[in-house]
Design a protein around this ligand. Structure first.
Ligand code: F2R
Ligand code: MG
Ligand code: MG
Length: 314
């Protein structure tokens, strides 16, 4: 009976992480690029944020591609994942310039692990595009941090070859895994132990201070960031999860920080969903999330398939 209850809770967390990505993304989408002051002026500094439109963006579209490929192969296959991301791409969802360029090179025949190498003067992208789509990797490998890191890096390589872009994706994937495992109290120390770059370690140390002080938005933005670089948005999403103890407040407060709102919302939603499960997502938000060809029912189905693959191996 207990095992049955544990299985149901785990399944709900898988669904929560993927739907949480889509909800945070759709909530933040109309405000992407706004300053925090503008978001607060229009929506107020507390209370429910309205889900306007309900359409998700590139964050969720790519997360769906990652999940589809992992499900198809019961694991990572770089060429297939790249093909899937390219096939799914709808430019109207608003893609980052680096990712768009990588997909064009893939379409022209470049290898999955080489297409993005020449971007940004050969340094590769450190944008948050690989981190925002990483939730399925955090779920599938939640019990194996070595494999989680390996697949996070490899899946990033398709579009983001800069080490800070890859590390941001691995950090976000591991935060999702820890949330799934209910390791909230240990999250910061575990993340500090896991992460390999001093820039991220420093942001995690700042986070500890900000959480203790109950910092205000201006300070959070100045210390952690709210931009499109992985190192200016992944830590902010982790902070937003740790700052409050419910799905709605964490996601709404992340979006009220302004900047890359859809992406910080998507990443916060993924961690919160992995921790609280899908039932914690406000029903009013879920009701408004798009449900067309690859909408909420499809996303929940992908999460269930990932859950079955993961638990079949245990
Ligand atoms: N692209 C957008 N939003 C703008 C347009 C949306 C509008 N509403 C519309 O409908 O058209 N959002 C999406 O892009 C972000 C993810 O970007 P990604 O995939 O990481 O792209 P990119 O271009 O690789 O990186 C983003 C920017 O980061 C800077 N950057 C990255 N690496 C750099 C490097 N090595 N040196 C210097 N700068 C670097 C650049 O400014 C990149 O353009 C998400 O917000 C997603 O929602
Ligand atoms: Mg987006
Ligand atoms: Mg964005």
């Amino acid at each position: 009976m207990l095992a049955e209850r544990k299985r149901a809770a785990l399944r709900s967390k898988f669904i929560g992480a993927l739907l949480g990505t889509a909800i945070g993304d759709a909530l933040g989408a109309p405000l992407e690029g706004w300053s925090s002051a503008r978001v607060v002026k229009v929506y107020g500094d507390a209370g429910r944020l309205e889900l306007v439109g309900g359409r998700y963006t590139d964050d969720t579209e790519q997360m769906i591609g990652v999940a589809e490929s992992l499900v198809r192969h019961a694991g990572f296959d770089g060429a297939d994942m790249a093909r899937t991301l390219v096939r799914n791409m709808n430019p109207k969802r608003g893609y980052g310039p680096g990712s768009r360029a990588a997909f064009e090179r893939l379409r022209a025949g470049a290898r999955w692990d080489e297409a993005a190498q020449g971007l940004f003067g050969g340094r590769g992208s450190y944008g948050n595009g690989a981190a925002m789509r990483i939730a399925p990797v955090g779920l599938l490998y939640y019990a194996d941090r070595k494999k989680l890191r390996e697949v996070a890096y490899c899946s990033s390589q398709i579009t983001h070859t800069h080490e800070l872009g890859k590390e941001g994706a691995a950090l976000q994937a591991f935060a999702i895994a820890l949330a799934l495992r209910d390791e909230r109290d240990e999250m910061l120390s575990q993340l500090e132990d896991f992460v390999q770059h001093e820039l991220y370690k420093e942001k995690l140390r700042r986070m500890e201070r900000l959480l203790r002080a109950g910092a205000r938005s201006g300070e959070i933005i100045a210390e952690l960031g709210n931009g499109m670089a992985a190192f200016d948005s992944v830590p902010t999403a982790i902070y937003s999860f740790l700052r409050y103890e419910d799905f709605e407040r964490s996601v709404a407060s992340a979006i009220r920080l302004g900047g890359d709102t859809d992406t910080i919302g998507a990443m916060t939603g993924a961690i919160c969903g992995a921790y609280y499960g899908d039932q914690a997502i406000p029903s009013e938000w879920l009701a408004r999330l798009e449900d067309e060809e690859k909408g909420k029912r499809y996303i929940a189905q992908l999460a269930e398939e990932l859950y079955y693959i993961t638990t079949a191996e245990q």
